[in-house]
Design a protein around this ligand. Structure first.
Ligand code: SF4
Length: 138
């Protein structure tokens, strides 16, 4: 079982192998591949820094405890009809994305994120909505 905060449920959709450091990317790639290969993998929704935040590089501007990041976590969980403390499998998260999320939601919920400009997160949502699942990271 993995422990994830709300906004990382969306970040995983747009993950293309980019990230804050080599270690951060390796950690996220492992999780991404596991979810892609085993959609029944369980996810516990937690508040605050999670297993991806753990690998945030010491050299970077640590934002994982910033209020606006907590607000983004909450907005995404609300959008999906989920709450902190719930456990569900990745394929159920994908089903909820299909039901409740549109690619353009990224512009509102993630308006402060520097990764938004690449367009990969909207693309990732679109692919989930179309039933394609997570894209393979090369
Ligand atoms: S725009 Fe930023 S916070 Fe939003 S899903 Fe993409 S990487 Fe995550």
């Amino acid at each position: 079982m993995y422990k994830l905060r709300g906004h990382h449920l969306f970040c995983l959709l747009g993950f293309r192998g980019m990230g804050y450091s080599k270690e951060y990317v390796e950690n996220m790639t492992r999780l991404h591949q596991e979810l892609r290969n085993n959609p029944k993998t369980l996810i516990l929704l937690i508040e605050g820094p999670d297993q991806l935040c753990e690998k945030y590089p010491n050299s970077g501007d640590y934002h994982c405890q910033d209020n606006h990041i907590y607000e983004k976590d909450a907005a995404i969980l609300t959008k999906l009809g989920l709450r902190i403390g719930e456990t569900l499998c990745w394929e159920d998260i994908e089903s909820r994305i299909q039901r409740y999320v549109e690619p353009s939601d990224i512009h509102i919920i993630c308006k402060n994120c520097s990764w938004r400009q690449y367009g990969v997160c909207e693309e990732g949502i679109q692919e989930i909505v179309e039933g394609k699942g997570l894209r393979e990271v090369e």
